[in-house]
Ligand binder design. Structure first.
Ligand SMILES: CC(C)(COP(=O)(O)OP(=O)(O)OC[C@H]1O[C@@H](n2cnc3c(N)ncnc32)[C@H](O)[C@@H]1OP(=O)(O)O)[C@@H](O)C(=O)NCCC(=O)NCCS
Length: 204
């Protein structure tokens, strides 16, 4: 994986020894282990981070969680890996490109750990989002941190509303959406989420 410099919350993180279990960090002057949600950084997906992103996907995610279905042998076959690259390259043009999608690699602790995207909807000022993390990065609050960064990026791009769709049994996704202030409603077996960017984003 690419070893880019990670981002740490200013003044909050002091490593006095080896890092603790994932998501836990030695911090403060007492040397006690406490939970410090690691900061994430979003990098537009490009040729520079595409291979690290594919490595995480292939090692730590199911194809159906990270890309549309393709005709290919099951698992992370060569054909599926090529399709993964082409799927992401198709969105290098961003919100005004052919797929109207801006994809970001989620970087935590200097490592690519997943992807979050936004796609222009027909409704002006509205984008739809989706995301995934590698298995070892889940359950640490990184999903909510990445979605907050995505909401900031959407606001900076002039958007007013971010919507998402998931299934009622996706506990992780629902939790992340709620943490980011989403209003949820269920319809036809799907859960629709709406986040309004006019109001202040919830505190971290
Ligand atoms: C959905 C997803 C992005 C959530 O991100 P995340 O960083 O794991 O989210 P959080 O750390 O805030 O955890 C969310 C909840 O799921 C639980 N959870 C998810 N994965 C977990 C894991 N591997 N271990 C333990 N708990 C986990 C957490 O306990 C947490 O529950 P809580 O909020 O009630 O305490 C991530 O689980 C994922 O990539 N899933 C596969 C792809 C997917 O479903 N994408 C969404 C499509 S709509």
């Amino acid at each position: 994986m690419r070893n880019t410099e990670g981002v740490r919350p200013a003044g909050t993180l002091r490593r006095t020894g080896s890092p603790g279990p994932k998501g836990w960090t030695w911090a403060g002057t007492t040397g006690r282990l406490r939970l410090v949600t690691r900061a994430v950084r979003l990098e537009p997906v490009d040729e520079g981070n595409l291979e690290p992103l594919l490595s995480v996907a292939a090692a730590e995610a199911e194809p159906e969680d990270v890309m549309p279905p393709v005709e290919a042998p099951a698992g992370w076959s060569l054909a599926r890996r090529d399709a993964f690259r082409e799927f992401h390259r198709a969105s290098f043009g961003g919100l005004d490109g052919p797929t109207r999608t801006l994809m970001f690699a989620i970087v935590a602790g200097g490592e690519v750990v997943g992807m979050v995207r936004m796609t222009r909807c027909d409704e002006p000022g509205t984008v739809e989002t989706g995301m995934w993390l590698g298995r070892s990065a889940r359950g640490q609050g990184l999903g909510a941190a990445a979605l907050r960064e995505l909401l900031n990026a959407a606001a900076a791009a002039g958007m007013r509303t971010v919507v998402a769709e998931t299934t009622p049994d996706n506990h992780g996704a629902i939790s992340v959406l709620k943490k980011c202030g989403a209003e949820l409603r269920e319809k036809d077996g799907k859960l629709h989420a709406e986040m309004c960017l006019d109001s202040a984003l919830p505190a971290r």
